[in-house]
Design a protein around this ligand. Structure first.
Ligand code: IVH
Length: 717
């Protein structure tokens, strides 16, 4: 899980000074109102570059440099902490985590007794002070030595009881954040009150907690991650239950968390990413991966995993550096939020008539994936967030979750932004919009897109139902005889005869064409569904990979990514689309439409064949990997070849459309492609072949005529 972030390079002293300046003001904004102009990733890279420059030029470190300081030295407060509130050192890969753990064990001169592994909550650090079990003060981390009193926010925070179950005098430390729902509500309330939207949950929590006298109420959440006795020198005096508080000094971290929870404070224990303990670094690593995988499903943001030595003795002996404890580390996860530009908004009408806005973005990499589109939910949402074209926007994507625009980064506006045009009639058919619900719909509902999608489904490259033109489809839809193309299979002779200009012969021909369509291979049936992001060639690849509709429907986003050309952005969209199409697919199955791809094998069948081949090879003393690969490699004269077709076909192939040529290539075991590159194995160049032929010749790609190609694939024609 190493993160390859583009490095920032600082060339000279002037660039260094400018970088320090940028980091200091970004950090002041981040820990202040939460309105940093840099996303976390950009900030981290900047600070790492500053640190690298300082290492290379000892003695030139500027006093205001953020390196080595808690909160980048940005914040000061006037409430001293009894025990400093420190930062955490970071690890960015499994290797870095392992070498940190090894270093700690070297320092201790023995293995760490036990590890504790918990999520790194993405909010603000808070110290909640309890006297005799009553909550008396909330203090921010500040510069680590002293923080700001934010006790006025006590009533807005869930998870921190006003009274503990036990009359202890303690300090509970933890993180205040906003859940997704709390962030949505806070944004709505703030915009309602005439304010600008918050950029993301973290800055919403930071801004809201520090603000006083806001005209609207917001709700936040606290999760505890530690507790210590609140000593007399904080001016609290000895508590009535001092022994219990004092016992915190000797308990392992995991048990402290149990105690804190028993007092009534919220911890992550009840969430899917509850803190756990681990005996070995391998176990730690497994839990790290589990937590990372759950990230997208959580109601709150996490930006890493905190690994701690659990035992009090291990912690005491490891000690602290000026900035962070040596017994804990933050394993940082890749940023799931980036700032980019909103270029345009598209309005798409879905199969059910839902009108959904989609953001077109300046491409940005989030968590390793390039994002160009993100959901904007609905029109109300756009207004609530106050978005404008040209805005810098915070884009969020975690795991398989469909990317979404979180909010505009309002303080980055230049004045050149323009309003987003909200459609006043259905962008597909021009009819009225039903805006009575949050999600707008065309008043025609499914019928709005029915004619277009049925026409597509029966087209030549899909079910190829001849004699079913737009006029007939229109009539069938308007008469309520069909709502989707699956209904075609249950039409009766009388129903078709009842349509305008349909005689006996054309009716019988149409019925025969419909009947014949039931036997089409899976790739055509799948293509007919009109799944977003899949055309003819992608449908063929999907059908060949999975072999049956059942396998396709059972596939999750990860399984889809095994298909050539499906990446992490497309895969979850496919899963969601197929879920939406389940009723239609069900109707097709019930009508007896073929749901298998001739000649294809399922992934499980291929795995079994590969395993059997590997075992046989091993027994015979041959290379099992090679045998497994050979056993599952496609066959046919074009096996493993990338083939491009260009120009007009002649000879036996003269009548084939480009799509039919591509199908032929794939039947013969090859991969059809539309552009020539170094990877191209063969170019079929027909008459008037132009630039593709020239390029192929330049690259030394084999070029053949349509006639030669016809010979080569004769068995598959
Ligand atoms: S333990 C002595 N545990 O991360 C330091 N911190 O980057 C003890 N944080 O200031 C910190 N989740 O605000 C700890 N499970 C967790 C955490 C956590 C989030 C924050 C905390 C800290 C910052 C350091």
């Amino acid at each position: 899980m190493t993160q390859a972030a583009a490095a920032v390079n600082i060339a000279d002293e002037a660039a260094y000074a400018a970088a320090v300046q940028t980091a200091v003001s970004a950090s002041a904004a981040y820990y202040g109102d939460g309105d940093s102009p840099l996303d976390d990733d950009a900030f981290d890279r900047l600070v790492r570059a500053i640190a690298a420059y300082e290492r290379a030029h000892p003695g030139r470190t500027l006093p205001e440099s953020p390196t080595g300081k808690v909160a980048g030295g940005a914040v000061v407060g006037d409430v001293p902490h009894t025990v400093p509130m420190l930062s955490l050192d970071n690890a960015f890969s499994a290797d870095e985590l392992a070498s940190w753990a090894a270093g700690l064990e070297r320092r201790l001169g023995r293995p760490v007794e036990r590890w504790s592994v918990e999520p790194k909550l993405d909010g603000l650090a808070i110290s909640a002070r309890y006297r005799d079990g009553r909550l008396v003060q909330l203090v921010t981390r500040g510069d680590g030595a002293a923080g700001e009193d934010v006790s006025h926010g006590i009533d807005s925070v869930l998870g921190l009881p006003r009274r503990l179950e036990s009359p202890v005098t303690v300090e509970v430390r933890g993180e205040i954040l906003m859940t997704t729902a709390q962030f949505e509500a806070a944004t709505a309330a703030r915009v309602e009150a005439g304010g600008t939207p918050f950029a993301n949950p973290r800055s919403a929590a930071a801004g809201s907690l520090r603000a006083q006298d806001r005209p609207y109420k917001v709700e936040m959440t606290f999760f505890g991650y530690g507790a210590l006795p609140l000593s007399a020198d904080a001016g609290f005096g000895a508590g009535t239950d001092e022994p219990t508080a004092e016992r915190l000094r000797t308990l392992p971290h995991s048990e402290i968390m149990d105690v804190v929870r028993a007092w009534g404070v919220q911890t992550t224990a009840a969430t899917p990413v509850a803190g756990t303990t681990a005996g070995t670094v391998e176990e730690v690593q497994r839990r790290v991966e589990e937590i990372a995988a759950l990230r997208g499903t959580l109601e709150f943001g996490i930006d890493g995993i905190v690994v701690k030595a659990d035992a009090a003795l291990d912690q005491q002996q490891a000690g602290f550096s000026s900035r962070a404890p040596r017994w804990a580390i933050a394993y940082k996860l890749p940023a799931v939020e980036k700032i980019t530009k909103l270029l345009a908004v598209e309005w798409n009408v879905g199969r059910t008539g839902i009108i959904a806005p989609r953001a077109v973005l300046e491409p940005v990499k989030v968590d390793g994936v390039e994002i160009t589109y993100a959901t904007l939910h609905n029109a109300g949402d756009i207004e609530r967030r106050g978005l404008m074209i040209g805005d810098s926007v915070m884009v969020h994507r975690a795991g398989d979750v469909i990317p979404r625009v979180e909010a505009p980064v309002v303080h980055l506006r230049t004045g050149a932004e323009t309003p987003i045009e909200i459609p006043s009639s259905c962008p597909n058919c021009g009819d009225t919009i039903d805006d009575s619900q949050k999600r707008w719909r065309c008043v025609k509902g499914r019928a709005c897109t029915a004619v277009t999608s049925i026409r597509y489904a029966v087209g030549r490259d899909q079910l190829d139902i001849e004699g079913l033109g737009e006029k007939i489809i229109d009539q069938l839809v308007s008469a309520g005889l069909i709502t989707d193309f699956a209904d075609l299979f249950t039409l009766t002779r009388e129903q078709i005869l009842g349509l305008e200009r349909m005689g006996e012969t054309s009716t019988d021909n149409l019925l025969a064409a419909i009947e014949a369509a039931k036997g089409k291979p899976l790739n055509k049936v799948f293509c007919a569904l009109g799944v977003r992001g899949t055309g003819r060639s992608m449908s063929r690849r999907i059908a060949r990979h999975f072999a049956t509709m059942d396998e396709i429907r059972a596939a999750d986003a990860e399984a889809f990514q095994e298909v050539d050309g499906i990446g992490p952005e497309k895969a979850p969209v496919l899963v969601a689309e197929l879920e939406e199409l389940a009723p239609l697919i069900g109707k097709l199955v019930a009508a007896g439409v073929n749901m298998t791809e001739p000649g294809a094998t399922t992934p499980a069948e291929r795995a079994a064949v590969a395993q059997a081949a590997a075992e046989a090879a091993e027994a015979a003393g041959a290379d099992p990997e090679e045998a497994a690969a050979a056993a599952t490699a496609g066959d046919g004269p074009l096996a493993g070849m990338s083939v491009v077709v260009t120009g007009s076909m002649t000879g036996p192939l003269a009548d084939l459309s480009r799509n039919e040529m591509n199908e032929l290539v794939e039947r013969a075991g090859g991969k059809a492609s539309s552009s020539v590159s170094a990877k191209t194995a063969l170019l079929v160049a027909g008459e008037k072949a132009g630039s593709k032929k020239a390029k192929a010749e330049k690259l030394g790609v084999r070029v053949i005529t349509p006639e030669e190609f016809a010979d080569l694939v004769a068995d598959h024609l």
